[in-house]
Design a protein around this ligand. Structure first.
Ligand code: SF4
Ligand code: SF4
Length: 360
C-alpha cells in the first residue's frame, strides 16, 4: 500500500472546506485581487510552515503554495485549522493549498549540500541564510536541510567551498499521484527551461487527474526562457490545459522582494516603479498573446508589485510573494503565542495581501 494512503486515513481535514477554498481563490482571480503566499517548493521546516499558514490564513490569503510533501501539507492544514477555529464569530475565508511539482531542472527545487570536512566554522553562511538553516553550537556546524529553500545565496559566502547547490530529481507523475491522494486541489507545474516536458507527460496528467476539480498553475520563468520561448510556453500550457489556468510570470525566483519602488533616483536616473522588472516583462509578453488565462506575477515581488504592474499598463490577476513575506515575518514566527506579536504579524501579512487590487 502507498504510505500516503495510510497518512490520509489519519488526516481528517476538520474545518477545511475545499470547495469554498477553491471558490475563494477563483473569485479573487476574476476580481484581480488574488494573493498567493509562497512557502517555497523546497521548504520543509514544519513549524515555520504551520506558523506562516496560521498568520496568512488570518490575513485572508487566497492560496498557499507548498512543497509537495505529506508532512508539509499536514503542517499547512494545522496552521489553517488554527486560524479557522480561532474566533468563530469572525470567520476567516479558507485558503486553497497548492503543491508545486517539478517537471525538469528548476531553481525552485534545489538544496544545499555541505562538505563538513572543509568547514572551518567561520560562520559567514550562518549570517546570510534567510531561514536560519545553519547553526554553530559547541564548535559544531549544524545544517537543517528542511529549512533550506534553495535561494542560492550561501555558496558564494563560503571561502572554502564547503556549500554546494544540488538539484533535486523530478518525479512528476509519482508526486502528482501522492498529492491527489492527499486531496490537494491546486497544482503548479514548474518546467524550468524545458517547457516541452509538459507535452511529454500531459496525457498521464490528464489520466491521473480525471474528474478532480483542480486549479492548475504553470510557472514560466524569465531567466530560463527567451521571449519567443515564453510565448510558446504560454501557448502550450493553454493548448494542453485550456482556459482558466494561472500562468505564473516568474521574474527572479527567491530574490526576496527586490523590485522595490524607488523613492530616490537609482544609478540609471530612474525613480518610481521599475517597469523593466523580469516578472512584468514575462507578463507583458504573455499578455500580448491574448489568452483566456489568469496572469499572476512572482519572483522579486513585494507590496509595490501590483501597483507597479498597473502603472506599466500590464493587466495582471494577482501576485505571489515568497521570500519577502518570510523575511518580514521571521522575527514574529516563534512568538505567535503572544497576542501582540500575533497581531503585528497578521497586520504585516494583511498589508501584503491587500496590496493586490489596490485595496489599501
Ligand atoms: S542561504 Fe539559501 S541556499 Fe543557503 S541554506 Fe539558506 S536557504 Fe538554502
Ligand atoms: S561559510 Fe563555509 S566555512 Fe564558514 S561556517 Fe559556513 S560552511 Fe563553514
Amino acid at each position: 500500500m502507498n504510505p500516503a494512503t495510510d497518512i490520509i486515513k489519519n488526516n481528517h481535514r476538520g474545518l477545511i472546506n475545499q470547495t469554498s477554498a477553491t471558490n475563494y481563490a477563483i473569485d479573487a482571480l476574476k476580481q484581480k485581487q488574488f494573493f498567493k503566499l509562497v512557502c517555497g517548493a523546497s521548504l520543509a521546516d514544519i513549524q515555520m510552515i504551520e506558523n506562516l499558514c496560521f498568520v496568512f490564513a488570518l490575513a485572508g490569503t487566497h492560496v498557499i503554495d507548498l512543497a509537495p510533501k505529506a508532512d508539509v501539507i499536514f503542517a499547512a492544514r494545522r496552521g489553517i485549522e488554527k486560524a479557522l477555529s480561532r474566533d468563530r464569530s469572525r470567520p476567516v475565508p479558507t485558503p486553497l493549498l497548492m503543491a508545486s511539482i517539478q517537471l525538469d531542472k528548476d531553481p525552485h527545487f534545489r538544496k544545499i549540500e555541505v562538505d563538513y570536512s572543509l568547514c572551518d566554522l567561520c560562520s559567514a553562511c550562518v549570517k546570510v541564510c534567510p531561514t536560519e538553516a545553519f547553526k554553530i553550537e559547541n564548535k559544531k556546524f549544524i545544517y537543517s536541510a528542511e529549512k533550506c529553500y534553495g535561494c542560492g545565496i550561501c555558496p558564494s559566502y563560503c571561502h572554502v567551498s564547503a556549500l554546494e547547490m544540488i538539484d533535486t530529481k523530478p518525479t512528476p507523475i509519482e508526486t502528482l499521484k501522492e498529492m491527489l491522494l492527499l486531496n490537494i486541489e491546486a497544482i503548479e507545474f514548474h518546467f524550468g527551461g524545458n517547457f516541452q516536458k509538459l507535452e511529454e507527460i500531459w496525457s498521464d496528467v490528464v489520466k491521473i487527474c480525471q474528474g478532480k476539480p483542480l486549479l492548475l498553475s504553470f510557472s514560466i520563468g524569465s531567466g530560463l526562457l527567451s521571449n519567443e520561448q515564453i510565448k510558446n510556453a504560454a501557448n502550450l500550457c493553454y493548448k494542453l490545459a485550456g482556459k482558466d489556468i494561472i500562468l505564473q510570470c516568474d521574474g527572479t525566483p527567491m530574490s526576496g522582494g527586490i523590485n522595490k519602488k524607488l523613492d530616490k533616483k537609482d544609478k540609471n536616473g530612474q525613480i518610481g516603479y521599475n517597469k523593466d522588472s523580469p516578472s512584468l516583462q514575462v507578463a507583458k509578453i504573455i499578455e500580448e498573446e491574448k489568452l483566456p488565462v489568469y496572469l499572476q506575477i512572482s519572483g522579486g515581488t513585494n507590496e509595490s508589485s501590483y501597483a507597479m504592474a498597473t502603472e506599466a499598463g500590464i493587466n495582471i490577476n494577482g501576485v505571489a510573494i515568497g521570500s519577502y513575506a518570510r523575511k518580514l515575518l521571521m522575527p514574529y514566527l516563534n512568538s505567535l503565542d503572544n497576542e501582540n506579536q500575533l497581531k503585528e504579524a497578521v497586520n504585516i501579512a494583511k498589508f501584503l495581501v491587500n496590496s493586490v487590487g489596490g485595496k489599501q
